[in-house]
Design a protein around this ligand. Structure first.
Ligand code: BG6
Ligand code: MG
Length: 228
């Protein structure tokens, strides 16, 4: 294992909750039903696709012009940015600071594969920008999660092969992306939504270098046995 690739929202910090609150406000303005279970399907999905999914759910897919949709996305982002205004180093999810320093001690490379255009600003507010050797710009990625592209780009930026990477996600679309990139997938969340992951933890405080490394190694050994 030469690299660990992180998702941001819901893995490094609890901003997944703020995306939920901001989209909920937009959906309510449009009188479209919005709840936590529907929100699960939006996790990891880019801004434009998220809005399209919400509008489709409300039977309003073709009600808005491109300019109106742009305005809705801008407004969602304003609500979101207001919610993350006071984000600070203390908002790292439990165990993430410790995991980052363990990875540094072990000389494991660290990258970010987040679909969020707000990601670089969030890393800065959390005081961890310097820990990342690569941060993928989602605007340069043609196909978002569940396509593997963002994770493959992270590995390419680090100069490692997908098989040498473990990646951590809290979204079903994210786990699907990691698996189709051929990487070891670590899911944070409940067994039901993370069932496709190679390793599941219910909370970030359970993550450690040792857990990732032993899981990654077991998975690679199993694949080698299957191939021979
Ligand atoms: C992902 C989140 O990380 O980024 C999604 O899981 C969000 O909920 C997406 O919609 C895009 O984020 P942003 O900040 O560019 O609107
Ligand atoms: Mg996430």
């Amino acid at each position: 294992m030469k690299a660990v690739i992180f998702d941001l929202d819901g893995v490094i910090t609890d901003t997944a909750e703020y995306h939920f609150l901001a989209w909920k406000r937009i959906a309510e303005q449009l009188h479209i039903p919005f709840d936590r279970s529907f929100n699960e399907s939006l996790k990891g999905i880019g801004r434009q696709q998220s809005l399209d999914n919400i509008l489709t759910r409300g039977g309003a897919a073709s009600t808005f012009t491109t300019a109106e949709k742009q305005a809705l996305m801008r407004q969602k982002n304003q609500y979101y940015q207001k919610l993350i205004e006071n984000l600070a180093p203390g908002d790292l999810l439990p165990g993430i600071g410790k995991l980052l320093s363990e990875l540094k001690d072990e000389h494991i490379q660290i990258a970010l594969a987040s679909s969020s255009r707000n990601a670089p600003a969030i890393l800065k507010r959390l005081g961890i920008s310097g820990d990342f050797q690569a941060v993928v710009d989602p605007e340069t990625i043609e196909k978002g999660k569940p396509a593997p592209d963002i994770f493959l780009t992270a590995a390419a930026l680090l100069g490692v092969s997908p098989a040498e990477c473990a990646a951590i996600e809290d979204a079903e679309a994210g786990i699907a992306a990691i698996k189709s990139a051929g990487m070891f997938a670590v899911g944070v969340g409940d067994e039901r939504s993370m069932h496709a992951a190679d390793l599941i933890v219910s909370r970030t405080s359970q993550l450690s270098f040792h857990l990732l490394y032993s899981g990654w190694k077991r998975c690679r050994e199993r694949q080698q046995t299957e191939r021979s």
